[in-house]
Design a protein around this ligand. Sequence first.
Ligand code: SAM
Length: 345
Amino acid sequence: MSATPFQHTTVLLTEAIDSLVHTPDGVYVDGTFGRGGHSRALLARLSPKGRLVAIDRDVQAIEAATSGETRVSDPRFSIHHTSFAQLRDTLAEQGITRIDGLLLDLGVSSPQIDDPERGFSFRFDGPLDMRMDTTRGESAAEFLARADERHITEVIRDYGEERFALQIAKALVARRESGNPVRTTGELSKLVAGAVKTREAGQDPATRTFQALRIFVNAELEELEQGLNAAMDLLAPGARLVVISFHSLEDRIVKTFIARESKSVIDRRAPFAPEKPHRLKSIARIKPGEAEVRANPRARSAIMRVAERTDVGVAAGGPSAGPLPSRPASPRGTGRGTSADEGSK
Ligand SMILES: C[S@@+](CC[C@H](N)C(=O)[O-])C[C@H]1O[C@@H](n2cnc3c(N)ncnc32)[C@H](O)[C@@H]1O
């Protein structure tokens, strides 16, 4: 199978790589490969000794990395079909216990949004799916076909910050009870447009509902928390954590996490010594410049946060990684691992 022809324009490309790479010989993780814009730039920055482990939960992203013209053919690179929430296990299976940097460019890629078959967008009519990993889990249509009014209201209100969540949920349940549940993106956006009474300037009335269902179906916020927690055990002292968010719910999690992990601590054995930042030191908060937003409107809501791992709480350990295995094992229960050179089809 070949990858979809849809293109993705990478957001904050140079800024992310500049922030991430501090040792060209290091082991780096791109937890959100997408179409590999960041991964390719990262490989260009690494020395022959460097190594890049990429992850994506979308089968089409894995196909883009391993087949056809978009294939990444580099012995320093491997890609794994799994979630970044499974980071620890995925890396352990590669013999990696320490990394020098982790990049998370959150959310969906343009190929996912622009393909009507994936059901992410109200701009195209297609099946109401919205799963990033189509090999598992429940689609948005399946959720709306079984959930009660209260649950649907909570999802749309909490993940979409939608004032008309109750009205939308009522309309969805009424339609379902009349024997005609929503099955397509077109049906959902029409139903939402009828239930949302006041319009936000420049925004489709379905924007918030689509965002909410996507976040819920993919457990995006829980995944993010798990990924950040897993990173703390893996980042070596001096390693960088770089996270690009596209909405306030994600950014709030990243910001709170970095703030909590950056609180200074007093060394009890040396109470008069200067306080040390805790496990992270916050380094930067970067937004795309005007030129980037003009060229790529999808960049307008991006916020990148950068933090550096301190040496607090790092167990003394050996090297971060052994040599590249000739055949990476499949991540447990999540799919497959593929080094670039064996992925050619
Ligand atoms: C914004 S795109 C990344 C684009 C990429 N940086 C590029 O330049 O091509 C986000 C990607 O992350 C993937 N993704 C989102 N959440 C994920 C998760 N929890 N685990 C693994 N991949 C995830 C999506 O499937 C999507 O392909």
